[in-house]
Design a protein around this ligand. Sequence first.
Ligand SMILES: [Zn+2]
Length: 414
Amino acid sequence: MASTESLRETILSLPIVDTHTHLRASTDFAHPVTAYTLLNSSGCLRALWVVSGALTRQEYRQFKSLDDWESLSPAIDCVKNTAFYRILLSGLRELYKIDFDEVDAVSLDDLGQSISRAYRDRGWYGKVLKDKSGLDVICQDSRQQFDRKLFTPVARMDDYVLFGRAGWDGRVLERHGADRTSSLDGLVCCLEEDFSAAMSDGAAAIKSNLCWGRTLSFEPVGEAAANDAFAICRSSECDGRREKLLGDFVMERIARLCAEHNVPLQIHTGPAGGVDHVVGYGNPLNLNNLILRNPETSFVLFHAGGPFVRESAALATQFPNVYLDLCGVLGNQYLKRILDDWIEMVPLNKLMWGTDVNTVEESYAMVRNFRKVLSELLVERVRSGYFSLATAEEWARAITAGNAKRVLRLPASR
Ligand SMILES: [Zn+2]
């Protein structure tokens, strides 16, 4: 007979689409790979070390590594309460079958030996992602080359939006040359070319990280004003206002291209990753007008809106073309509380999830945590009579894979 136990088991084994990650290649790591290697490779952990004061901003930016127990121990002490660390620790414990409550010099060495043994198997990386985590499709957000058998690419066009900002035009100039980008028309042609190339390359989405450096508020800008702004930005007199005008114009074009190519626009919302950013830039409500002007574009709001969870949900329940992605929500009870709200507010075809991490160990840990949160939540919802078993399973299948496959137009299975 169907029971909540069978629901739990189903959720623990459902294939998952990871909509967003930045995994480093296994070949990036110096061998032997140790526990220190993996902990220092985690952007999430390193950002926590900075905000706790365990690493200085400068050390963070210079990728300073905490390579021995003496330097790592105080950094762990500062963050060991956080959900991300707890989730990662449980994942490492289970994946490498090392039994410890908290790490110390000895348990880290034991863990390191197990890790370096595992990494001698060249297939370990793929095994963790596919067999152990049960990831079906993994959307990789990276400018570097990566294994296309494991990953689906997403593309970024932010360099075009920031083209007017000093120091941000380099990649576009390198690709297309100064002549072709000497007018706004020329710039837009190059953007369209890159966009088509990304589509031919199989990009599942266009990803924007703009709120790391500017507001997500985009005003409508006419051709004449955009041409003026372009001319001034390419002279030495550029100012923030003109730079924003040009960026707003280009972003509108990107949103339209997404509609024309039927590919979603994934937008980082909430605080930027890393440190020292303007948190309010990423308030999803800033996107309201852009969304309103582009009803044919699918907007996927990342990270549940960060601290603006209700704002992102408000957009998803106002606009048919807005979807919510919980990638990078580094929480346990916090993730559950968000889902517990959204289950009642947001239609089930609008939610998706991703890991947003740098190592396969983190992927494994995040997937494991997500499955656990989902199963606890849905078992509660079935026991309280809110959902039938069948609807609970349908909701789980939608958020773990079904919605992402449809919105990102992914093949049924890879
Ligand atoms: Zn990310």
